[in-house]
Design a binder for this molecule. Structure first.
Ligand SMILES: NC(=O)c1ccc[n+]([C@@H]2O[C@H](COP(=O)([O-])OP(=O)(O)OC[C@H]3O[C@@H](n4cnc5c(N)ncnc54)[C@H](OP(=O)(O)O)[C@@H]3O)[C@@H](O)[C@H]2O)c1
Length: 262
């Protein structure tokens, strides 16, 4: 098979819905010192990508236009620049970038990649970074363990489903909120499901039968009210706004943040 000479990426030249994304073609870029060229096999769409694209999130408001999109990807290393010793051509990798993952190829420093475990399918690997790292940061922050009864909202969603499974793995008792259609999915993961909506705090109280340590809200809106109704200490509660801060920290591209995120 002949190596491609062209790459493409989805970019946008104005804030808006997904239809502002346009496919741009350009010559296949070459990696510089310490960089690699990765062929992107799978990438994810996170809420944060949409917030950045529609202007709701203005942290990088002065980025030049047109702008790239997407932070998570998994792919195959196709070229290594001078001085790269940690990655080889053909390596299957999971990576992250502040933006630009929605592309056929991406050039980035080799230290923004880790090896993709062979048991992880491409579709999963390409969506692991932001949701997975956000979930881990939150659980690490609370030092979740066997003595905890954790309530996780939107527990069948992107971040919530990883939080719920890792909290369970760490020995906690996990109660997850979800819609009717996901009650069985959570049960199969040994997570106690509670349907969201009117009366949710009472339903949580009933199944918890004791103090909640902590309450992790992924959904926002009624999250604060529910945490208060459950009498969760403020230092044992995480809001959707806290989650935004965690996600933004994981996307920052200064050397220390990148190293932490990798
Ligand atoms: N503050 C921020 O900057 C920020 C950053 C990222 C995400 N978010 C928000 O966080 C939410 C979840 O994002 P995600 O990526 O983890 O999940 P996701 O994969 O987009 O799924 C959305 C989840 O929200 C759940 N949900 C819907 N209505 C709900 C309600 N009334 N109460 C509790 N949960 C409800 C859904 O449950 P079912 O599927 O079971 O119906 C689903 O699991 C989104 O609404 C997103 O906008 C906020």
């Amino acid at each position: 098979m002949r190596a491609p000479t062209e790459a493409f990426a989805y970019r946008y030249a104005a804030y808006g819905d997904a239809d502002v994304l346009q496919r741009h073609r350009y010559p296949l870029p070459a990696p510089g010192p310490g960089e690699v060229l990765v062929e992107v096999i799978s990438t994810a769409i996170n809420h944060m990508d949409s917030f950045l694209r529609n202007g709701e999130e203005d942290t990088w408001y002065d980025d030049p236009w047109p702008r790239a999109s997407g932070s998570d990807f998994a792919g195959i290393v196709r070229r290594c620049g001078p001085g790269v010793t940690t990655m080889a051509i053909g390596a299957n990798v999971v990576g992250h970038t502040r933006t630009g993952a929605r592309a056929s190829h991406i050039v980035l420093p080799a230290d923004q990649l880790v090896a993709k475990h062979r048991a992880i399918e491409w579709e999963v690997a390409g969506g692991l970074f932001l949701a997975g790292a956000t979930a881990l940061e939150t659980l690490d922050d609370f030092r979740i363990g066997a003595s905890d009864t954790v309530v996780i909202s939107a527990a069948a969603g992107g971040v919530g489903s990883i939080e719920a499974q890792v909290a369970k793995y760490r020995g906690a008792r996990v109660i997850g909120t979800c819609g009717e259609r996901n009650l069985d999915q959570l049960r199969q993961l040994h997570i106690t499901p509670v349907k969201y909506g009117e009366g949710m705090a009472e339903r949580i109280q009933r199944v918890a039968g004791g103090p909640i340590t902590p309450y992790i809200d992924n959904y926002g809106k009624d999250g604060r009210e529910v945490a208060e109704a459950l009498e969760v200490a403020p230092e044992r509660s995480r809001s959707s706004a806290d989650r935004r801060e965690v996600e933004l920290r994981l996307l920052r591209d200064d050397a220390e943040s990148v190293s932490h995120a990798t």
